[in-house]
Ligand binder design. Structure first.
Ligand code: ADE
Length: 226
């Protein structure tokens, strides 16, 4: 199967690489399931200072990403990968969730996503004209698109076949069926500082255990965010 490819466009590749080169995401790349490339937006900057930002028309605080470096960077990637689609982490995008992660993962083979990581106060709105998927990570504002890019890549990649160990670990966890949260889990020791593992889990009765887990899931999901 062809790997799922992400090309990140960022001024700070050093903020992305250590995470992507660790643990399961490292393994996904080593196994040829997923691939990441880094494009430094600075390489497409303007003038001697390789400038990528400027002040907003109409006044206001801070600097905005300019169109020219962003368009040039995306066009340079699309020159060899014309079907690549552009993802923009932005607070005004659609809120990212497990359903979307599952949709991206299920059509992943051979796909190529360019994730543009804005920085500074924001970006020139005309950049939206070359964006296929604007996504928000939630109702808060971050300093840049790097953390959202990591979250998008992580939440999609872990759902790809061959990335997680157990066949079912992605299937039965929190959020894997709509809004249901996973039941509580325990490992050894059976008692720790006076806290005992629920008796039922030590019973060996798989039917009763499954029932308990379903109940616990429902309870947690009902009380979520209360
Ligand atoms: N960039 C800044 N804040 C963000 C958010 N909440 N989601 C996605 N991208 C962002």
């Amino acid at each position: 199967m062809k790997p799922l490819k992400f090309t990140t466009i960022t001024l700070f590749p050093e903020a992305l690489q250590p995470y992507l080169d660790s643990s399961m995401l490292y393994k996904a790349q080593a196994r040829g399931i997923m691939a990441v490339e880094y494009v430094n937006l600075r390489d497409f900057g303007l003038g001697a200072h390789r400038s990528v930002d400027d002040t907003p028309y109409g006044g206001g605080d801070g600097m905005l990403l300019r169109c020219e470096p962003v368009f040039a960077a995306i066009e340079s990637i699309k020159a060899t990968s014309p079907d690549a689609e552009v993802v923009l982490p932005t607070p005004v995008g659609q809120t990212w969730n497990q359903d979307l992660a599952r949709q991206f993962a299920s059509s992943a083979a051979g796909k190529h996503y360019i994730i543009l990581c804005p920085h500074y106060e924001g970006y020139d709105e005309r950049i939206m004209s070359i964006v296929d998927y604007p996504f928000s990570l939630g109702n808060y504002v971050l300093t840049g698109g790097e953390l959202p890019a990591l979250i998008l890549i992580d939440s999609i990649t872990r759902l790809l076949p061959g990335v997680l160990g157990g066949e079912n670990s992605a299937a039965i966890e929190s959020f894997s069926d709509g809004d249901n949260l996973e039941y509580p889990q325990y490992t050894k020791p059976a008692e720790f500082r006076g806290m005992a593992v629920p008796e039922i889990l030590l019973s060996g009765n798989h039917g009763k255990i499954a029932e308990w887990r379903t109940q616990q899931s429902a309870l947690r999901s009902k009380n979520h965010n209360i």
